[in-house]
Design a binder for this molecule. Structure first.
Ligand SMILES: Nc1nc2c(ncn2[C@@H]2O[C@H](COP(=O)(O)OP(=O)(O)OP(=O)(O)O)[C@@H](O)[C@H]2O)c(=O)[nH]1
Ligand SMILES: [Mg+2]
Length: 166
């Protein structure tokens, strides 16, 4: 997703193996006075031991961040790890949140077509409602994106821009 924003392979990705174990960041220098740091974090849910370490790490960085983009997957329905993590978020953390639903191309019923079918769009809308209700996020703060086709990347950039300019 971040690579789509940069239109460049800045952060490592892998089809099979987890590959982000530390925070990795890329700096965008806007001018002599301003720059924006984009950080990629390891994801939770691999092992309980890692989750404990990552939760501490998130807490530390979330204090400093101006915008937090939290990614859910459109094709997964187990939320236990997200729930556990969201319970640690303060109101201040929440005010910086943008929810992303990634992998929208993989939402059921999967087709290999470029655009989502009417049924996929309907299921995506239900998925977003479910996420908003479970995690108390406003619908306008949840953006469906597709990491493989860059769909909605621009919408995400605009939302990030709005958060960091506030
Ligand atoms: N089909 C599809 N593939 C995607 C999408 N977004 C990312 N991918 C692919 O999913 C794979 C995993 O992506 P990563 O960026 O390595 O995953 P990650 O969640 O950051 O995992 P860690 O870095 O290990 O925490 C890569 O092959 C991406 O190209 C998407 O929306 N649709
Ligand atoms: Mg990663």
């Amino acid at each position: 997703m971040l690579n789509n924003i940069f239109q460049k392979k800045v952060f490592k990705t892998d089809a099979i193996e987890p590959c982000t174990y530390q925070v990795e960041s890329a700096e965008v220098v806007l001018n002599q006075s301003y720059s924006v740091s984009f950080c990629d974090f390891p994801g939770i849910g691999e092992t309980a031991h890692q989750d404990k370490r990552y939760t501490e790490m998130y807490k530390h960085f979330m204090l400093k961040a101006h915008c937090i983009v939290y990614t859910f997957r459109a094709d997964m329905r187990d939320y236990i790890n997200d729930e556990r993590l969201f319970n640690t978020f303060s109101d201040n953390d929440r005010s910086k949140l943008i929810g992303v639903v990634n992998f929208v191309d993989q939402i059921e019923p999967i087709t290999r077509k470029k655009n989502l079918s009417a049924k996929q769009r309907e299921n995506l809308s239900l998925k977003i409602t479910q996420i908003c209700d479970m995690f108390r996020i406003q619908r306008k703060a949840v953006i469906p994106v597709c990491g493989s086709t860059s769909k909605n990347t621009y919408r995400l950039v605009r939302a990030i821009n709005k958060k960091i300019c506030n």
